[in-house]
Write a protein that binds this ligand. Structure first.
Ligand code: BG6
Length: 484
C-alpha cells in the first residue's frame, strides 16, 4: 500500500449519524487512536452530526464512555483531553433539503474534509444532495460510504450515480472494513511479496479454497436492518467477495487504487453466474433456531425478530471463477451468525502429491491457513517426519509453520483507523471501486433471484452448530470437507 503522508493542512472529519452504534463503537475510538498516535494534523477537527438535540457536554460524555469502553487498557486521560478538544457537535438533518447548512461554519477553512456517512443506505442519496445544496461538495471534499451500498444492483447504481453528481470518483471512498484489517492487507503482502507462492497459485497447484466468516453473535436488536438483507447481502456481497478477490486476483502493476480495483473487478466479472437450475446444488441458506453458544442458551432468530421470517442467517456457496488461473478450482464460501466459535479464515488447500512413497493414508495436502479472527495468524501446514519413535519405517504428520502476526503487548488496531488514515491522505487502495461494488451485486442478485423463484424457506440449524446438514452435503458433493 502506498503510504500517504498525512495532510499538514487543517483537516476535518465529519461523521454524519454520530449518535449511532457504528460511530460510537468504532469510528470515534478509531479517530481517538489516530489522534493519540499523532496521525491527525494539529488543527484538525472532528465534527459530529446527528438529528437529535444533544447538549455538547452530554454528547462529549457519551463519546468518552464509548472510547473508554473500546480502548480499555489503552485509554489515556491526557490523550483524551486533546482528542475532546477537537470534537464538536452539530444538530442537523442530512436527509432534508438544505438540512446540512448548519454544518458549513464548522468546516470552514478545513481541507480536506472527509464526510463519513454512518447512515442507513436509504439516506445516502438525500445526504449527497444536502451536501451539494450546502456547497460542501468541493474539490477538497471526500465522501465515505459504507456497505451495504444499496439492496441490489439497481439501488447500488442509484447511489453511485447520486454521489457522482456531487464529487468525482477519486473523492469517493467505499468502505469495506474487512479491507482495513491487518491480515487482509497481509494477504496482499504474502501473495505479491514472495516468489514462493505464485507458481502454485493456480489450478495446477491449488485444489480448492474455503472462506469462512463465522460469528457467535446473533442478530439481536439489529434485526430491523438485518431482516431486509440477510447473510447473503450483509456479508457475502461485500466482505466475503472482497476476500475472494484478494485471493484470486492477478498481480496488479502497482498498489495504485485503479490498478488494484481493476484486477478485483476482473475476478468479479469472471465469477460464474449461479442459475436457478444450479442454485440448489451450489448454495445453502439456513436460519438459526434456539441453542447453546459459549455455554449459554440463546434464542432463535424468529424469537429475536418477534415473527416468522424467511431471512437467512447462514449461507454457503460454491463459487467458480471462469478464467485460466482458476478454472476447475472451487471456492467454498460460508458465513453465518450463531456458530460455535468466532472464526474468520481463508484456507487454501494445495493439491495432493501425485504419488505417495510413504504408504497409504499418511499424507495430508498442504494447506495455507490465513486466520483473520479471533487471532491474526498465517500458517502453512507441511508434512514432517515425527521425531523419535519407531526405528523402522517413516511416520509423518502434518505440522504448521506459523507466521503469527501477534507481537506481545501490541495493540490490535481497529480496522477503521487504517481506513480513516488512508481517506484523509487520499489513498484509495483499500477503497472498493464502483465497478467492484456493482459486479458483486450483479452476482449476488442472481442468487437472490434463484432463491426467490425456488420459494423455499431457509433450513433450520441449531444455534451453536456449524449450520444445516445441507452445508455439509454441499461440500461433500464435490469431494471436499469443511476445515472445522
Ligand atoms: C458487518 C455486518 O459488516 O460486519 C455484521 O453488517 C457483522 O452483520 C460484521 O457482524 C462482522 O464484522 P467483524 O469485523 O466483527 O468480523
Amino acid at each position: 500500500m502506498a503510504t500517504n503522508d498525512m495532510e499538514t493542512r487543517r483537516a476535518a472529519v465529519v461523521i454524519l449519524g454520530a449518535t449511532g452504534d457504528l460511530a460510537l463503537r468504532m469510528l470515534l475510538p478509531s479517530l481517538y487512536f489516530l489522534h493519540c498516535e499523532g496521525h491527525l494534523a494539529p488543527e484538525s477537527r472532528i465534527v459530529c452530526v446527528a438529528r437529535s438535540a444533544q447538549p455538547g457536554a452530554t454528547y462529549q460524555e457519551r463519546v468518552k464512555k464509548a472510547v473508554q469502553a473500546r480502548a480499555g487498557e489503552h485509554y489515556d486521560e491526557g490523550c483524551y483531553a486533546g482528542f475532546a478538544a477537537r470534537l464538536s457537535y452539530v444538530q442537523a438533518d442530512a436527509t432534508k433539503p438544505g438540512g446540512l447548512a448548519p454544518l458549513c461554519a464548522a468546516v470552514e477553512g478545513c481541507a480536506p474534509v472527509l464526510y463519513y456517512l454512518s447512515l442507513s443506505p436509504t439516506q445516502f442519496v438525500a445526504t449527497f444532495q444536502a451536501l451539494k445544496d450546502a456547497g460542501l461538495g468541493t474539490a477538497d471534499a471526500r465522501i465515505a460510504i459504507e456497505k451495504p451500498l444499496g439492496r441490489d444492483l439497481a439501488s447500488c447504481k442509484i447511489i453511485n450515480e447520486a454521489v457522482a453528481a456531487v464529487v468525482r470518483e477519486e473523492q469517493v471512498f467505499r468502505v469495506d472494513h474487512y479491507l482495513g484489517k491487518d491480515t487482509v492487507q497481509n494477504l496482499i503482502a504474502l501473495r505479491f511479496g514472495n516468489a514462493l507462492f505464485e507458481p502454485l497459485w493456480n489450478n495446477r497447484g491449488i485444489d480448492h479454497v474455503q472462506i469462512t466468516v463465522a460469528e457467535t453473535e446473533g442478530v439481536g436488536e439489529r434485526w430491523p436492518y438485518y431482516d431486509e438483507y440477510g447473510a447473503l447481502k450483509d456479508m457475502v456481497q461485500n466482505h466475503v467477495l472482497q476476500l475472494l478477490c484478494l485471493v484470486a486476483m492477478e498481480p496488479p502493476s502497482d498498489l495504485d487504487a485503479a490498478a488494484v480495483g481493476a484486477e478485483k473487478a476482473k475476478v468479479l466479472r469472471a465469477l460464474r453466474p449461479i442459475t436457478q437450475a444450479e442454485a440448489g446444488r451450489v448454495t445453502v441458506r439456513g436460519q438459526y433456531t434456539g441453542g447453546v453458544v459459549g455455554g449459554a442458551a440463546v434464542p432463535s432468530y424468529v424469537e429475536e425478530r418477534g415473527a416468522p421470517t424467511g431471512t437467512e442467517t447462514f449461507v454457503a456457496v460454491r463459487a467458480d471463477i471462469d478464467n485460466w488461473r482458476w478454472s476447475g478450482v472451487p471456492f467454498f464460501l460460508r458465513t453465518a451468525k450463531r456458530m460455535p466459535t468466532r472464526r474468520t479464515e481463508i484456507a487454501i488447500q494445495f493439491k495432493q502429491v501425485p504419488h505417495s512413497i510413504f504408504g497409504p493414508n499418511q499424507l495430508l495436502p498442504n494447506r495455507l491457513l490465513i486466520r483473520l479472527q479471533p487471532e491474526e495468524d498465517i500458517s502453512l501446514t507441511l508434512m514432517n517426519k515425527t521425531q523419535g519413535g519407531k526405528l523402522d519405517g517413516m511416520t509423518l504428520r502434518a505440522m504448521p509453520l506459523s507466521l503469527s502476526l501477534a507481537e506481545p503487548n501490541m495493540r490490535r488496531r481497529i480496522a477503521y483507523e487504517r481506513l480513516f488514515h488512508d481517506a484523509l491522505g487520499g489513498n484509495r487502495t483499500l477503497s472498493v471501486g464502483r465497478e467492484e461494488a456493482e459486479r458483486a451485486w450483479a452476482w449476488v442478485d442472481r442468487i437472490s433471484a434463484a432463491w426467490r423463484e425456488a420459494g423455499e424457506p431457509p433450513k433450520p440449524y441449531a444455534a451453536g452448530s456449524w449450520g444445516p446438514a445441507g452445508a455439509f452435503a454441499l461440500i461433500e458433493r464435490f469431494g471436499r470437507a469443511w476445515n472445522d
